[in-house]
Design a protein around this ligand. Sequence first.
Ligand code: MG
Length: 412
Amino acid sequence: MKIIDVRATTVTVPLEAPLRHSNGAHWGRFVRTIVEVEADNGLIGLGEMGGGGESAERAFGHLKEYLVGHDPFQLEALRFKICNPTASLYNNRTQLHAALEFACLDLIGQSLGVPVYDLLGGKLRDEVPFASYLFFRYPNPHTGEGEVRTVDQLVAEAKALKARGQFTSHKLKGGVFPPEYELECYKALAEALPGDTFRYDPNAALSVEQGIRFAQKIADLPNDYLEDPTYGLNGMRRVRSFSPVPLATNTVVVNFEELAANVLDPAVDVILLDTTFWGGIRACVKAAGVCETFQLSTAVHSSGELGIQLATMLHLGAVVPNLTFSADAHYHHLTDDIIEGGPMRYRNGAIRVPDGPGLGVKLDREKLAQYSELYNSLGGYPYDRDPGRPDWFPILPNKSWADPDDDAVPEV
Ligand code: MG
């Protein structure tokens, strides 16, 4: 099998409401780039990458000369062709490589008639459990609905999500409002949903001292872990030395060098594996093997996804033995998807691993065209700007929090 063409299409798919985070917001939609890798036997493998637009489409276009004639089975060769670690000092292509690896695994699976999980050692579970992922949200400016700002709104949203997906674990994305206010929110969630477990992630916005204080104040709650309270391996190590709660990261251990540093001098207990940040599904499986050896816990991380990326997360979650905690997904905030059959569904807090050949998802070409047109009319959005605070920009640790009493509805 040989690759004969590579195509990239940037799409934007609406969210129920703008999602707020420590760096700004997702302004009411996700922008993703869908990659199609075509082989000489007529098969098309699918990949997906966050962000996009002309630059992402062009970046994949530039890689076509590396890829035409390449055998998709040659995955290690692909890794060194696209992201040799020293060449990467000049052209960091980790995320591009991830999308191409997804597509090649999809091609291999389709050509052999087996799901991707069977290429990775076989599945240990039929479905992957997910936490509900709770965000503070601005109201949808068109409907006025979907706001999550007050404690009552957050608890109502958590209960509604639980009713929809039967989640038993809940993640609060924080780093937006003052830490004391978010602590109150987190405690209210734990009180409102007895028997469930919880995790808090302020995207590293707290100082070391604020992180320690937060960790100590939630010690008596049923926590999964505290995720990236502060920035840096050393910062996390300092929080961890005073924290009664395990620490997790998707920020400071995202490659093998950092994983080695964390093994030699532990700063983090739970490694959140992101199929894009790590450069592919196979890198995550390898990292999970290191974690298994050193008794570090793992979970599947979400950096935003449509159905193709979600499929990569499900195949990863299916094969990793030491999957200690439920996965994260932004998926339930989306209003639609670009895969055939529409969005995948949660059942009993889990999503079924696709059993079809390859990744097991197919493109809905009408949806792809619809959301590509929407992208062409709307363009991108600045992930690291807050539409409600146009003059503010984030620093680490953050010193300037949003006001939980401010009910203004920004234009997005
Ligand atoms: Mg995180």
